[in-house]
Design a binder for this molecule. Structure first.
Ligand SMILES: [Zn+2]
Ligand SMILES: [Zn+2]
Length: 423
């Protein structure tokens, strides 16, 4: 039987993982500068965490979750996104009783959705995201956006557009939903079956419908941004002000919505303009109602999520994937006898202790095979340990690029290799 990775999953192979790590390093450093700390939560949770935290009327919960009963008969689900799990952890560890705000991030965290792989989506994919709890002010929304915006620039994704919108609060949304319902009622015959059901329960979700007919109707629907209350207006104005202070250009896009009750006020998307339709690399917003919905105190939240695969795809398309050096600094070849091999091993360990990427032979191959291997592997320097070298406690360090050699006592090998590397 031929074994293959499950449909919709992919292996991150050594030729790719270096770029992942380089990008992750940039993200970690940036998060630290912004005062965010990492949280790692389990990849599965009790199903009700997502049913509540994501919303049991969403496509994610209804169609895309990997849900199973464990051996104790409890319903478990592989996480389809991370905010719900982070909120669950926040509540479980009572972080709400400590100082606010709490600023968290997660990085390259695997997520699972049962999607059609033909659409270019993975069934296991990875997300980077941040969540801030306990910060109601729009300056925090701007901070979160600035983190994402600057990160993309730092990663070389230069041509960016930030789209922002406000979807109001429960107070103003109630009024808005009335006018929305009235509007859609006039277009009932155009709406799809699912949207008929949405009309009573939550008409805002019609705005998210992917059916072209519903989309066309939604285009001309009343806009939330025109119906927000004075407090929400003020919050949105503050957001714009802080974005201006941060020097981040934006445009208001009334079509960005999150059709779930716990989302409030700010929603945003960052789009790479070089990529086109696939260009949305980051989406986020405020969710002041989520903590309460999940059984916690009334505490505001704001955050975003990136798909890491998507981000790397965009970087690759722009030729910005980090180049990672996968070659050794020094290859230490030796005669295939015990004395020479032990000395090679010892020198190799000394070099590694000094931070040098060193390699030796582990197959007791002949000297010729080893030197050939060293050349093919792209090692920058090579040392050969033969009988003379053992007798004299001295080696030559060969520069593989130009063939030049220097003499070194065995005791000084690491020191000399280091200075050659940094020459
Ligand atoms: Zn409002
Ligand atoms: Zn529809």
């Amino acid at each position: 039987m031929e074994m293959k990775a499950p449909r919709g999953t992919h292996d991150i192979m050594p030729e790719q993982s270096g770029a992942w790590q380089a990008v992750e390093d940039v993200i970690r450093r940036r998060c630290a500068r912004f005062g965010f700390e990492e949280i790692r939560t389990p990849i599965f949770e009790q199903t009700n965490v997502f049913a509540r935290g994501v919303g049991d009327t969403t496509d994610i919960v209804q169609k895309e979750m990997y849900t199973f009963d464990d051996k104790g008969g409890r319903s478990m689900t592989l996480r389809p996104e991370n905010t719900a799990g982070v909120v669950r952890a926040f509540l479980e560890h009572r972080l709400y009783s400590g100082p606010m705000p709490v600023k968290l991030y997660y990085l390259s965290a695997p997520m699972f959705r049962y999607e059609n792989p033909q659409s270019g989506r993975y069934r296991q994919f990875h997300q980077f995201g941040v969540e801030v709890f306990g910060a109601p002010s729009a300056s925090c929304d701007a901070e979160v956006i600035a983190l994402a915006w600057g990160l993309l620039k730092e990663l070389g994704v230069e041509k960016l557009a930030l789209h922002i919108n406000s979807i109001g609060c429960p107070t103003c949304r109630m009024e808005y939903q009335k006018s929305l319902r009235a509007y859609f009622n006039d277009h009932l015959d155009t709406l799809c079956g699912t949207c008929h059901e949405r009309l009573d329960r939550n008409p805002m979700r019609i705005l998210d419908c992917k059916s072209p007919e519903c989309k066309a109707v939604a285009e001309n629907a009343p806009k939330m941004i025109d119906h927000i209350c004075d407090d929400c207006k003020e919050h949105f104005q503050q957001l714009k002000t802080y974005l201006e202070v941060a020097g981040i250009p934006y445009s208001v896009d009334p079509m960005i919505v999150r059709g779930l009750d716990y989302y409030t006020r700010t929603v945003f998307e960052i789009i790479s303009e070089d990529i086109g339709a696939q260009g949305t690399v980051c989406g986020g917003g405020r969710y002041d109602g989520l903590m309460r919905l999940m059984g916690g105190p009334e505490l505001p939240g704001v955050g975003f999520a990136f798909g890491v695969e998507r981000l790397l795809m965009v970087m690759e398309a722009l030729g910005k994937l980090p180049e990672v050096d996968r070659t050794s600094d020094v290859y230490i070849a030796s005669l295939p006898n015990d004395d020479a091999r032990k000395k090679a091993f010892e020198l190799c360990m000394t070099c590694r202790a000094e931070g040098i990427r060193a390699e030796i032979d582990h197959a007791a191959r002949g000297l010729k095979a080893q030197t050939k291997y060293a050349g093919k592997s792209g090692a920058k320097f090579m040392i050969v340990i033969g009988d003379d070298e053992l007798a004299n406690e001295s080696v030559r360090i060969r520069n593989m690029a130009d063939g030049t050699e220097i003499e070194s006592s065995m005791a000084d090998v690491a020191k000399n290799v280091l200075s050659l590397i940094h020459a």
